[in-house]
Structure formats: C-alpha cells, structure tokens
Design a protein around this ligand. Structure first.
Ligand code: HPA
Length: 273
C-alpha cells in the first residue's frame, strides 16, 4: 500500500464527486448505523474504490459516505464518514489500517473523530457508557510511519486537540449524556484478553482496551489533523463481569447504546466549525 495507491483511490473518488469534507468520522464495531443520521450527498461502497482495504469483520459495513448532519435548522460542516474499518490483525499490514486516514486527509478533512467499541477496565465504568480517549497505550508496538528522510509527515505520537476535547465534553454535559474519560490501550487481537492480561493493563493505568484506533490517531496527527477519539464501552473486560465475552455481546451493547452515541455524535459534529 503506497501513497500512489491512495492517490489512485483519491482520483477515482474525485471523478465521482467533488465533495470536500472538513471532518472525517470513523465508525467502529456496531456503530455503523450512525450513518442513517447523515443527509448523504454521495455514498460509495468501499469495495468499488481501487486499492481500498475491505474489512472482513462482521459489523463493519464498509461504505464511505459524504454528507452533512442537518437538525432543527442547523447544518454541519461537510462530513466524510467511514462505516467500519480494517484492523491490523486482518492483514498484518499497517498501511492498510491507515489507508482511510490518508484518503480523508487527501480529500481535504482537517479534523478526524475516531470511534470504537472497547472493553472497560476502569471499575467505575459500565458497559454501554461512552469514554473520551485522553491518551493511548500502544502495546501492539506498531507505528504507521516510516523513517524515510524524504517523507513529508511528522513523527508525532498521539496528541489530542484540547479545543475539540472541550467541545465534546460540553456537548455531553449539555445533553446530559454521561461521558467517561480515560486511556485506551491497543492490543493486536483478534482474541480477547485473558483475565491476567486485564489485571496487568489495569496496573498500567489503562481504562479501556481494544484492537484498533491508535494507528489511525498516530497517522492523522502526523498529517497535522486535529483528532479526537470516543470509545463505546461495549463490555467489561475479561474477568470483570460474569458474562462470557463475545463479538455478539460487543455488537449488541453497541446497538443498545446507539441512541446516546448518535445524539452525542450529531451534536459534536454540528458544533465543529
Ligand atoms: N477487548 C478487546 N477489544 C474489545 C473488547 C475487549 O474486551 N471489547 C470490544 N473490543
């Protein structure tokens, strides 16, 4: 996966639409139906885009949608929405994981909001709550950047836009939607963790764990984008709840939490200028 491959995908899209997104939103496991809130100007099946990495994971629908959020006379700035993502564990190729981020940047997006489903580790959390990602722990130890001197990107690590974080906190407070905050840890997956691993992560100060998002944040930061991340705590992590953890539980909780997730996300997008 090279810059040329992203370029080819970009040119394909530009032939179909001249829509210039200002914000890109990546919808994680079970959150894809947020797309129903978008007044879509254009939707493309990602499988039809040259070189676009298609996800094999259930719950990742794989469409990219250009549009706006419209509500009670308010209209958002132009939005590009990715329904689903590819995970590092699917291919072991980090460039595939950040393809959509490079594409969003090339299409003009200056702001990125990433979302995911994650296992809760902080004992104050409950399944079904939302968490603003304040920092990340990269225990997959993979980075989507190269050391090439010719490359134009900056070698940043995670860093979040504090104005955007405040906008998210204010939106949640005004809507009375409970929003936790914490550190998200990326593990390779695809298996869920052992109880001992979760104990270790808790000792390390991790609040929620998942299998995505961190490389996307690193890539977007290196491209100079403003970034924020929100996790849906779809389950309490291994050893912290009596129910057996499964992908079905993850998508079921995401379904139940759709309403508060969608309400908050709509408000966030409407407030970004
Ligand atoms: N662990 C890792 N990834 C996850 C989890 C979990 O408990 N829940 C949703 N994604």
């Amino acid at each position: 996966m090279t810059h040329n491959q992203v370029g080819e995908a970009f040119r394909h899209i530009r032939k179909l639409t001249d829509f210039r997104p200002a914000i890109a939103l990546v919808l994680g496991s079970g959150l894809g139906s947020f797309a129903n809130n978008v007044s879509a100007r254009y939707a493309i099946d990602s499988a039809a885009i040259p070189n676009y990495p298609v996800s094999s994971v259930q719950g990742h629908a794989g469409k990219i949608i250009f549009g706006t959020i419209e509500e009670s006379g308010r209209t958002s700035i132009p939005l590009l929405l990715f329904q689903g993502r590819v995970h590092y564990y699917e291919s072991g190729q980090i460039d595939r994981v950040v393809f959509s981020i490079e594409l969003a940047h090339k299409l003009g997006a200056k702001t990125l909001i990433v979302t995911n489903a994650a296992g809760g580790i902080n004992s104050n959390f409950q399944a079904g709550q939302l968490m603003l990602i304040k920092d990340c722990l990269n225990l997959a130890m993979k980075y989507p950047l190269t050391a090439s001197a010719t490359q134009t990107t900056k070698r940043t690590s995670v860093g979040f836009d504090s104005k955007l974080q405040d906008l998210i906190r204010d939106s949640a407070r005004d809507l009375q939607i409970s929003l936790q905050e914490g550190t998200y840890c990326w593990l390779h997956g695809p298996s869920y963790e052992t109880a001992a691993e979760i104990k270790m992560l808790r000792t390390l100060g991790v609040d929620a764990v998942g299998m995505s998002t961190v490389p996307e944040i690193v890539k977007a930061r290196s491209l100079g984008m403003n970034v924020a991340g929100i996790s849906l705590i779809s389950n309490m992590a291994t050893g912290l709840s009596l129910t057996k953890l499964s992908h079905e539980e993850v998508t079921e909780t995401a379904d139940k939490t759709q309403l508060s997730f969608s309400t908050l996300m709509k408000e966030i997008i409407l407030r970004i200028r």
